[in-house]
Design a protein around this ligand. Sequence first.
Ligand code: FAD
Length: 333
Amino acid sequence: MDFLHNIAVVGAGMAGLAAARALQQAGRSVQIFDKGRRPGGRMSSRCNAHGLFDLGAQYFTVRDPDFAKVITHCEKLGVVARWPDLMACHVDGQWQSRHPEHPRYSGVPSMAALTDALAESLEIHQQVRITSITRTGSTWRLEDQNGRLWSGFDHVIVAIPAPQAAQLLHEVATSLLPLPGMSSCWSTWVRFEDTLAMPEGIDTWQGAFLKTSPMLRWAARNQTRPGQHGGERITLLANDDWSDRHLEADPDQVADEMIEAFRQCYPVPLPAVKAQGAHRWRYAQPRRPTEHTAGYLVDMSKGLSLCGDWCIDGRVEAAWQSGNRLAQALCRA
Ligand SMILES: Cc1cc2nc3c(=O)[nH]c(=O)nc-3n(C[C@H](O)[C@H](O)[C@H](O)COP(=O)(O)OP(=O)(O)OC[C@H]3O[C@@H](n4cnc5c(N)ncnc54)[C@H](O)[C@@H]3O)c2cc1C
């Protein structure tokens, strides 16, 4: 037990938060370090002068019974609700509407509400980017971007995208390397002057799969998320292939091109654009699911482990499972 008492978690996305919560509930002392201003990682939301936009994870599904318990509790707290319920699909040049076959959920009013709720009561050091980790005697020492040292950890959990983890660990964790690659994703937000007109035969839609666009894969109407209203605020996601090929492109040009691609596949003329912008996720999703593993990587002899969506599959629920499974394994050790 003493061997695993003081634990550092690098990364306050869904995986790091799930691991930290389970370990804290089991009586361990946990400190989280995250380079962002807020927890949430790829579930964080953007609030600007034009409103609230989700530019990362759009919704999540719930199949794992333990994750379902967490989400049911969050639904009762009012930070999670079902969304989207009315979806559209652009396939073979046709727009069709449908209800999702499996319930989908969003944070209320945006995805970040869920990670904010999970972060409550955890000790998180925000805007602290860990640049190196070193074993000193029987404990670990972390160094951040300002040269500050954080010492005395029995175990370090690295809960960040695989390519960033590989970079952080290349000198200390050869037994856990190499790690898989991840694809990128360009995400564009658009505030329109007026409400979008609906395609013929569709009353309304909240999210749309754009299956035949060579560039786009998804569009969402942020104002339809639970707890939001007013102002047509669209998120557009580009597909992996296009994003990878335009990784270093200028964000303003990317936004222009993505809106033009949406215009081309939307069957009704779009209203005038009031404001727009693009965000690049350099490491958005694992290239291949790796479901056959335990769902995390651990080197007990070193006191070092890794978790994240990429250990299972590029989904919010998979990130939670990875962190939670790792914490359960460490508690049994
Ligand atoms: C555009 C996009 C759309 C998506 N859509 C969906 C969807 O609809 N449904 C779904 O289920 N999933 C979706 N996903 C995937 C989902 O967002 C992820 O599976 C999940 O959020 C990953 O959580 P994580 O904790 O593994 O990693 P992350 O969320 O990436 O968390 C890692 C954290 O580590 C921090 N960090 C990184 N390096 C350091 C460092 N050196 N020091 C300190 N902190 C560091 C980061 O700031 C971040 O907060 C989408 C992802 C993207 C990008």
